[in-house]
Design a protein around this ligand. Structure first.
Ligand SMILES: NC(=O)c1ccc[n+]([C@@H]2O[C@H](COP(=O)([O-])OP(=O)(O)OC[C@H]3O[C@@H](n4cnc5c(N)ncnc54)[C@H](OP(=O)(O)O)[C@@H]3O)[C@@H](O)[C@H]2O)c1
Length: 237
């Protein structure tokens, strides 16, 4: 049995699908009810918080391999539960930020998790994506409403990666029980935000342009979704 945590996420949902396609038995842990989670038939859904010991015990029963979504606040107890239930392999969703010359708060947090997994005695593998293409879906409502996506540093280029590609790598590692390996996963092409909005306009056939906003304004919006140290790291404000 393989446990997928973060199972309704951009990556986790695709890991579940991949594993089921390969004929694996999959348990999916999510905060949602099974109905809300709407995972593919065949996935056994456990609803609850990863930080709840009872939920964890139920989720880890008879599990030998785990796709581990990093919830920073409860990570240590989730890892301890994996160790005490004799999990054999953990595939950790990490981030390419751990390799940056200035990893910042996010990189230090992710690196802390990698170290904890390495030192746990469990078999481990790390998947480190760069920037997920799914992040750009945040532009969908403003583009649909006004044809304008606003943000800071429009000229900054990243090579966004499709979350299905990230999931494919994780599923391969889980299926084959591979350990002691790290995969940095990027997309095929570096694209600025301005270019990405332009591409959305081309493929949708609707007006779409990027509007540069001051970093302080972008930070105010980002604060709704991510912790303050991450806002400072991403926007320098
Ligand atoms: N975004 C990027 O560009 C980027 C780049 C590099 C690495 N990453 C890594 O990828 C992660 C994001 O992956 P994603 O986009 O697949 O995530 P996501 O879409 O935000 O999904 C998060 C998942 O985690 C579940 N979850 C959160 N807290 C939980 C808890 N306490 N107990 C149980 N389940 C919990 C959520 O469950 P519910 O749906 O039930 O709420 C959801 O399934 C980041 O955290 C980072 O580690 C991201």
């Amino acid at each position: 049995m393989i446990l997928v945590t973060g199972a309704t996420g951009n990556i986790g949902r695709n890991v579940v699908t991949r594993l089921l396609d390969q004929g694996r038995r999959v348990r999916a842990l999510t905060l949602d009810t099974p109905q809300e989670a709407a995972l593919p038939d065949g996935a056994e859904v456990v609803s609850g918080d990863m930080g709840d010991p009872q939920t964890l015990a139920t989720a880890l029963r008879d599990v030998r391999r785990v796709f581990l979504f990093p919830v920073f606040e409860v990570f240590d107890q989730v890892l301890s539960a994996c160790v005490s239930t004799r999990v054999e392999q953990v595939v950790l969703l990490s981030s390419a930020v751990v390799t940056f010359p200035e990893p910042g708060w996010l990189g230090r947090e992710q690196a802390r998790l990698e170290t904890a997994v390495r030192e746990s005695g469990l078999g481990w593998a790390f998947v480190r994506p760069t920037y997920l293409m799914a992040n750009d879906l945040n532009w969908a409502p403003p583009l649909a409403a006004s044809g304008v996506a606003a943000g800071a540093y429009g000229d900054a280029a990243l090579a966004p990666v499709d979350e299905r590609d990230v999931a494919a790598i994780a599923a391969h590692l889980l299926t084959h029980g591979l350990t002691g390996c790290t995969f940095e996963v990027t997309g095929p092409q570096a694209l600025t935000q301005i270019e990405r909005v332009g591409i959305i306009g081309e493929v949708t056939g609707r007006p779409a342009r990027f509007h540069e906003m001051p970093a302080s304004e972008a930070a105010r919006e980002l604060r709704q979704w991510v912790p303050e140290p991450a806002v400072e790291q991403l926007l320098g404000s």
